[in-house]
Design a protein. Structure first.
Length: 175
């Protein structure tokens, strides 16, 4: 039979290869699109997390500098407030999806704890290193400059962490 209809067999093989090639290319494109979507989602999640962090961080730094606290006290208060505001900013929209408070917290606690924790370590280190925590007043430019640089550093540290957690389904897509 092979000798009688070689063009048909050859066409079948070509069609099968074309089908498999198309399927492989589609899978590759889907993976590429998923990767792009994960990157965009990671940017969004990092900005969202940074927004929550920066609210608490700023309140803590303003309190610490205004009241003349030691930088360690200031960073502890700023970190605690950053966690509170960061979680609140994530809990509210997630809670509106119809989950109970405990279900909502369970859905977000790991990803937010890691993301906020990384951001806070980096932001406090940068803020302390530049001198913002040691400023005599919040009216000094160094206070605001160091806060701005710390926020950029927090984003730079938080993005890869959020990307990996989202890619590996360790963080919920709740923003």
């Amino acid at each position: 039979m092979l000798g009688q209809n070689p063009p048909i067999i050859c066409l079948q093989q070509i069609a099968a290869l074309a089908f498999l090639g198309n399927k492989i290319m589609n899978q590759h494109q889907q993976e590429k699109n998923k990767n792009i979507d994960t990157k965009k989602l990671a940017v969004s999640a990092t900005i969202h997390c940074l927004t929550g962090c920066i609210i608490g961080e700023t309140i803590g730094l303003v309190l610490g500098v205004s009241l003349g606290w030691h930088p360690l006290q200031t960073s502890i208060v700023a970190t605690v407030l950053a966690f509170i505001t960061g979680f609140a900013l994530t809990l509210l929209p997630t809670f509106k999806q119809g989950l109970s408070l405990s279900e909502t917290f369970r859905a977000i606690w790991l990803g937010e704890t890691i993301s906020i924790g990384i951001m806070e370590v980096v932001m406090n280190f940068v803020d302390y290193s530049i001198g913002g925590m040691s400023a005599n007043s919040i009216l000094e430019p160094i206070f605001w400059i160091s806060l701005g640089v710390a926020a950029l550093a927090g984003f730079a540290a938080g993005y890869p962490v959020n990307y990996l957690m989202l890619k590996n389904n360790l963080k919920q897509k709740c923003h």
